[in-house]
Design a protein around this ligand. Structure first.
Ligand code: NDP
Length: 255
């Protein structure tokens, strides 16, 4: 197999949680361009279907499905729906996440539980639903979207729940990788730095000072750049990697 063939996802089925916008949309685009049939999820069917329609219009195979990672029944039924429509899922990208700011002494329990339930428990629910099926079929790849915030405390926006949730995702990645290697399931994560999406606070000068200036490359990353890394981790190109956390942060955490 040539090196270019190793990056190909031709014939594979991929599920991207939260694939309708931001980083997830960039990842869905890259997986589709690498040849995968891509299921995009959002919390509403309409948002998921609209994003999938964009891929379909470009000639890719795509499906939009409603999925709420905080609801185990929703996860099960979305996974089942994808497999009926597209076939067995080979690639799971656990991207859905929320980031609610708030200092430790100010946030209420809701912020804490909602963040952990989405960012950590959501990864667990989706990994278990898809991982069980992958194990029965003899393998697959899972890519979790962690964060450099699992490793550093970024300012000026305090967000202890978010940081804790992402650190746990990194460790869950390693735990599942260790257990599921016996089922030929590879589990890796990426730890993005500041990525420019519609939600990024580009118009606020203090965020430029804290998000861009400290990075060695002195710019935001893009969803497209994370998409390329996702293709690498999802494909045979990374066949000897499991339990790894790839830092993709433009050199932010070097200092
Ligand atoms: P966005 O806010 O742009 O998108 C979040 C996505 O997650 C949406 O598709 C949203 O769906 C989905 N989502 C949120 N809650 C749920 C839920 N309960 N169930 C299912 N889907 C849900 O975020 P980003 O693109 O910026 O971030 C994507 C991932 O990357 C997150 O895990 C984030 O923590 C991580 N990350 C982001 C960085 C950045 O700089 N942007 C840096 C490092 C990590 P819907 O449209 O229905 O709301």
């Amino acid at each position: 197999m040539s090196v270019m063939q190793k990056f190909s996802l031709e014939g594979r089925v991929a599920l991207v949680t939260g694939g309708n916008r931001g980083i997830g949309r960039g990842i869905a685009q890259a997986l589709a361009e690498a040849g995968a049939a891509v299921a995009i999820t959002a919390r509403t069917a309409q948002a998921a279907q609209d994003a999938a329609a964009e891929l379909t219009a470009e000639g890719h195979t795509a499906l939009g499905v409603a999925l709420d990672v905080t609801d185990a029944d929703s996860v099960e039924s979305a996974v089942a729906e994808v497999e009926v429509a597209l076939g067995p899922i080979d690639v799971l990208i656990n991207n859905a996440g929320i980031s609610i700011g708030g200092a430790a002494l100010e946030i209420d329990d809701d912020v804490w539980t909602q963040t952990l339930d989405t960012n950590l428990n959501g990864v667990w629910r989706c990994s278990r639903a898809v991982g069980r099926r992958m194990a029965e079929r003899g393998g697959g790849t899972i890519v979790n979207i962690g964060s450099m915030s699992a490793m550093i405390v970024n300012q000026p926006r305090w967000q202890p729940a978010y940081l804790a949730s992402k650190a746990a995702v990194h460790q869950l990645t390693k735990a599942l990788a260790a257990e599921w290697a016996a089922h030929s399931i590879r589990v890796n994560a990426m730890a993005p730095g500041y990525i420019l999406t519609e939600a990024s606070p580009v118009d606020q000068p203090e965020y430029y000072a804290s998000c861009v200036e400290p990075a060695a490359m002195k710019r935001w990353g893009t969803p497209e750049e994370l998409g390329a890394v996702a293709v690498f981790l999802a494909s045979e190109a990374s066949s000897f990697m499991t339990g790894s956390v790839l830092v993709v942060d433009g050199g932010y955490t070097l200092f």
